[in-house]
Design a protein around this ligand. Structure first.
Ligand code: PAP
Length: 337
């Protein structure tokens, strides 16, 4: 970077910091050191938000690229692994995939966190809500977006477990004050990180109705239940559907097996690596923290039936009239395909 460019980018950083300092804040019960800032209707930690705002101005995806979009803890790592394995399969069969030695988050970078790594890549990812995407990354501008969503009850538990583990790593007593009740309350009020969850989901849902060819709406529960069908649909969407020959050779199953939580969990890169998308990130995250149980319905081990019913009711109210049912509720599963 030239000196003038450096000066410009420092001035831009100062401008972003200034903007962030004027935003409404709330304490984050899941993290004692971080406030949440409200920006364009969603809540974020400062570090992430500064990167989001910078990306809104500076990030332009490659034409024909696909962006994997998600609310945290909804299946991002799985979707990244599958999409990467699908799109690189002609160069690397599953037995030689870079995923065996590289973490999915490093294979498919978050463009807001690692813009220089994401530049020129045809497959990138983001946690940014649809309505806050950089203009050039929206479906209206021609990008393809694959969005994964998940039962909010499992999301709140997964998020709480993740943040608790992270806090414990930073501070031995870190999980002492992190009760699930508080985290649940915060999630229900819409103040969780990148929340409200329902607005995150609805933004991409509406985009999928408006641009059905350009926005694929994937449900974690469906991906678990009908993995092969969903993986083939994902490949079609990514523009590299499987041939009959490939199916006969077991390539689809090979990719499914490679990207299973059991397989990814056991890799050295998972056991020994850390996620550090940018040098400026104030902490790094152990790669193993991104793989826990990977189950549908684990919320029953942490939330009461009443809590589950309350969150379902919130989602039903928020989704009313959108055409998006509660896909995670047993009675609605047949209608989600
Ligand atoms: P991120 O948004 O921080 O990247 P993300 O990958 O979306 O996290 O979510 C992690 C969840 O996906 C974990 O769920 P759990 O806490 O309920 O267990 C994790 O176990 C699950 N997960 C990660 N990889 C896979 C996979 N290959 N198959 C199924 N689930 C997975």
């Amino acid at each position: 970077m030239s000196k003038t460019e450096q000066q410009k980018s420092t001035a831009a950083d100062e401008g972003i910091k200034q903007l962030v300092s004027t935003l409404p804040t709330k304490p984050d019960c899941n993290s004692t050191t971080n406030l949440l800032y409200q920006y364009q209707g969603f809540w974020y930690h400062q570090f992430y938000l500064e990167h989001l705002i910078a990306a809104q101005t500076h990030f332009t995806p490659e034409p024909n690229s696909t962006i994997l979009c998600s609310y945290p803890k909804t299946g991002t790592t799985w979707l990244k692994a599958l999409s990467f394995a699908i799109t690189t399969r002609t160069h690397y069969p599953p037995s030689q995939s870079p995923l065996l030695s590289r973490f999915p988050h490093d294979c498919v970078p978050f463009f807001e966190l690692a813009p220089s790594v994401a530049r020129n890549k045809l497959l990138v990812a983001t946690h940014i809500p649809y309505t806050s995407l950089p203009a050039a990354a929206a479906a209206a501008s021609g990008c393809k977006l694959a969005y994964i969503c998940r039962d909010p009850k499992d999301v709140v538990v997964s998020l709480w477990q993740f943040q608790r583990k992270q806090k414990k790593e930073e501070d031995d007593d870190g999980d002492a004050d992190m009760g699930i009740e508080e985290a649940f309350e915060q999630f229900c009020e819409g103040n969780s990180v990148a929340g409200p969850y329902w607005d995150h989901v609805l933004g991409y849902w509406r985009a999928s109705l408006e641009f059905p060819e350009r926005v694929l709406f994937v449900r974690y529960e469906e991906l678990k239940r009908e993995t092969e069908r969903c993986v083939k649909a994902l490949a079609d969407f990514l523009g590299c559907g499987f041939s009959l020959e490939e199916e006969k050779q077991g390539i689809v199953q090979g990719i499914i097996d490679l990207c299973s939580i059991e397989s990814l969990k056991g890799l050295d890169v998972t056991k020994n690596g850390r996620f550090a998308p940018t040098e400026s990130m104030p902490y790094t995250i152990h790669n193993s923290s991104f793989y826990r149980k990977g189950e549908v319905g684990d919320w029953r081990n942490f939330l009461t039936e009443e809590m589950g019913a309350r969150l379902d009711k919130i989602m039903a109210d928020r989704f009313a009239g959108s055409g998006l049912g509660l896909w995670f509720s047993a009675s609605n599963q047949e209608t989600t395909n």
